[in-house]
Design a protein around this ligand. Structure first.
Ligand code: PLP
Length: 387
């Protein structure tokens, strides 16, 4: 019997066994981390130890890490940190951002990207120039992700920061997909806010963090999106998800250690691309630019992505069409559209994303099944044409 092959690690990656154990251990800790008694202090210790590990993943100090419910909340927090007056305070986001950035407000202005999905720095500069001379203390936030979830394309964040600083704008970077796949140093990137999510790095879903640049809270007053108890130094109210945070912390440690292994996945990914690009008209998006080692977004000419997904699923292979975060619905990808890819082509694109559990055999199986589906589709098309 063929085994199950999971090639959807950008949607969620498999949890590390040690993380699972740590979560179970944390569930035995009864204290509320805000309580001053011994049980509360034990819970607090788990959180603060995890904060150190998450901080280490992005080379910052623990006090700059605000725990929350995941990447979506982190992105919302960053955009909402200016409060709800987005009309007054401009938000500029790249056209290929995740919906948890783009849908926060209808007033978000889109920064165009080129055919590889790289943000257009000249356009950003021109857009920022429109407000940099404005008076009255209005603020501008630029939001550009470190790596794209659909294509894996890596953005020139340092350059984005340099353009933004020239106009006095702050920068948010969604590093949800990049974390655990490339080394991250928030200070070297120079960004003000950075989003992380545990379930993309081998931790549990439903926990994440917004990391704030050292010293930023001393300069500007940030508005939380949840009010209540003063948890997370007043930035995020609500009793902490202790077991989730514990799992996140341990996953961050493993992810940091596993960076070289994830980098090596490029060998397997390149094997796929080499073997499948021999077919006429197969397109691989972002192949010519810097990309995450684990991600490949490619078309199967003439075969709709939803048909491919079903065929792969029947063959025991899990993968995605575009972004799987939109709850299993296959809709045209706004990322590929922003890259100038017409719907007719983008609707035939699937994404495979490899992870720490991916083996050579998984890739061989994927290539074999891809070829079978393609051959079958071509022959049924020929029959239809002949009829
Ligand atoms: N940002 C990016 C780039 C993502 O890929 C995702 C999820 O796939 C998110 C944000 C949302 O993260 P979460 O699932 O933790 O809410």
């Amino acid at each position: 019997m063929e085994t199950f092959v999971y090639l959807d690690h950008n949607a969620t990656t498999e949890i590390y066994p040690a993380v699972k154990k740590a979560i179970l251990h944390a569930l035995d800790v009864t204290g509320n981390a805000s309580s001053v008694h011994g049980a509360g202090r034990a819970a607090r210790k788990l959180i603060e130890d995890s904060r150190e590990s998450v901080a280490a993943l992005v080379a910052t100090k623990p006090e700059n890490v605000i725990f929350n419910s995941g990447g979506t909340e982190s992105n919302n927090m960053a955009i909402r940190f200016f409060g709800n007056r987005i009309r007054k305070n401009r938000i500029l986001a790249s056209a290929v951002e995740h919906d948890s950035v783009l849908k926060v407000s209808p007033n978000i202005e889109l920064i165009p990207v080129d055919n590889d999905g790289i943000v257009n720095l000249k356009a950003l500069d021109e857009m920022l120039a429109l407000s940099s001379s404005s008076k009255g203390g209005n603020k501008t936030l630029v939001s550009v992700m470190l790596a794209n979830n659909e294509t894996g394309v890596i953005q020139p964040i340092k350059e984005v920061v340099s353009v933004a600083r020239h106009h006095g704008a702050l920068v948010h970077c969604d590093a949800v997909q990049a974390a655990g796949k490339v080394p991250i140093d928030i200070n070297s990137l120079g960004v003000d806010f950075l989003s992380l999510s545990a379930h993309k790095i081998g931790g549990p879903a439903g926990v994440g963090a917004l990391v704030i640049k050292e010293g930023l809270t001393k300069i500007i007053k940030l508005s939380p999106i949840l009010y209540g108890g003063g948890q997370e130094r007043g930035h995020r109210a609500g009793s902490e998800n202790i077991s989730g945070i514990m799992g996140f912390g341990l996953a961050a440690k493993h992810a940091l250690e596993n960076l070289p292994k994830i980098k090596n996945l490029a060998t397997l990914r390149d094997q796929v691309e080499e073997k499948l690009s021999i077919h006429k008209d197969v397109r691989i998006f972002g192949a010519g630019v810097s990309r995450l080692a684990n991600t490949c977004n490619l078309t199967m000419p003439g075969v709709a992505a939803d048909r491919q997904l079903i065929a792969f699923d029947l063959a025991g292979i899990s993968l995605s069409a575009g972004s799987a975060c939109s709850s299993g619905k296959v809709k045209p990808s706004h990322v590929l559209a922003a890259m100038g890819i017409v719907d007719e082509v983008s609707s035939t694109a699937i994404r495979i994303s490899l992870g720490w559990t991916t083996k050579n055999q998984d890739i061989d199986r994927f290539i074999k099944v891809w070829n079978e589906i393609f051959k079958r589709s071509k022959s049924s098309l020929k029959k239809l044409e002949a009829a």
